[in-house]
Design a protein around this ligand. Structure first.
Ligand SMILES: Cc1ncc(COP(=O)(O)O)c(C=O)c1O
Length: 366
């Protein structure tokens, strides 16, 4: 199954599998981006800042860093701006390698880049698998991994399940890690879509073995611009700064951080959309008899056990049916424990979500 594209959001890589033109018009549910699109002021601001491209950016991105520190209630020394959440993941792995970590555990199924980053830095990987179907964490197993490996990666809320490991569990893992010299790396790329009190930022005051990875590309729908950051102890962030290539974030992206964080209206509109649309889509998919994982994020994972039984069909077949109808969803072939038996869809606007539901209904009842 390795010839399936490893990330969503690339119709030109997926559609030709089905003999469809790569540039066909599709509704893209395969990348988990805010369907509100970038804030309306963004294009104009970028155009106005083009002159900044003529000079090198501040290598420490102090203005952006301070804006993040302020909004997170942290000191500036605990923040490092990165070229998307992806760079934050690779920097976290680089730090672990620098600290001598030889083996890391990853809570699976999850985003594939933690494993790639670890392997890139020569760190062996073991997996802590969530329970099939419920995707609950076996806390004893995770605790064991925290004792045995030098680090544990987990994603919260988790891509692709949308599940959220309880904060109390995270705290216990951190305590175990502290007494065994292990780091906990939590990717909070989708935390902006969860209620604010679920952010783990306050735990940084108590645990210096915690690293938090953030992305700004999902919430603000700017994956092409690349913007993320990393939060940790001042010592860890300082070590990470040493490992980061110089000027890895471009001036246009860095200059957007403060105004993006200040745009509370955009955040409120996003919350209003998601509060209405996620339960609606989840309910409609469940009403079609699909097995939908309750999600804390802006995407839903589902499968259709009945369909597989009754028609000998499969989720890849449903994916193809949807693609032929101009709807792109995310396959799960690369996710450990899912192996193509589930599909993931981003929550989008009501008309788009309705189009998805209707297309699945046509598949089920042709
Ligand atoms: C869980 C998770 N973390 C990080 C990233 C990387 O995001 P960015 O675009 O900020 O690099 C993604 C992208 O899909 C993701 O799903």
């Amino acid at each position: 199954m390795s010839d399936w594209p490893s990330h969503g959001g690339r119709p030109e890589q997926l559609l030709p599998r089905f003999g469809l033109a790569g540039d066909s018009e599709v509704i893209d549910f395969s990348a988990n981006l805010n369907p509100l699109g970038p804030p309306p002021w963004l294009a104009q601001r970028l155009a106005a800042c083009v002159t900044e491209l003529a000079v090198y950016p501040d290598p420490d991105y102090c203005e952006a860093r301070d804006a993040i520190a302020m909004s997170e209630g942290l000191g500036p020394k605990q923040v490092r701006l990165t070229n998307g959440g992806a760079e934050a993941i690779f920097l976290a792995a680089a730090l672990l390698a620098r600290q001598g970590v030889r083996r890391a555990a990853i809570v699976q199924p999850t985003f594939g880049e933690y494993e790639r980053a670890c392997r890139h830095y020569g760190i062996a990987v073991e997996h802590v698998e969530l329970a099939p179907g419920s995707f609950a964490l076996d806390e004893a197993r995770a605790d064991e991994a925290m004792r045995d490996a030098g680090a544990l990666f987990l994603c919260r809320p988790n891509n692709p399940t949308g599940t959220l490991i309880e904060r109390g569990v995270v705290e216990r893992l951190l305590a175990t890690g502290r007494s065994h010299g292990a780091m906990l790396v939590v990717d909070e790329a989708f935390v902006d879509f969860v209620t604010p009190d679920e952010r783990l930022t306050p735990l940084l005051a108590r645990f210096d073995n915690l690293l938090l990875l953030r992305s700004m590309t999902k919430l603000y729908a700017i994956p092409g611009l690349r913007l993320g950051y990393l939060l940790g102890s001042a010592a860890a962030v300082n070590a990470i700064a040493e490992l980061q290539p110089p000027w890895s974030v471009n001036a246009l992206a860095a200059g957007l951080v403060a105004p993006l964080l200040a745009d509370r209206d955009y955040l409120a509109r996003t919350r209003a959309w998601l509060d209405a649309e996620r339960p609606w889509l989840q309910g409609e998919l469940a009403a079609l008899g699909l097995d939908v994982v309750p999600s804390h994020a802006n995407f839903l994972l589902f499968r259709d056990a009945r369909l597989q039984d009754a028609r000998g069909g499969s989720m890849p077949a449903l994916l193809e049916h949807l693609a032929r109808g101009g709807i792109l969803v995310r396959h799960t072939h690369h996710f450990i424990g899912l192996e193509g038996a589930w599909l993931r869809v981003a929550v989008r606007s009501r008309p788009e979500n309705r189009a998805l539901v209707e297309a699945i209904a046509r598949w089920r009842h042709p």
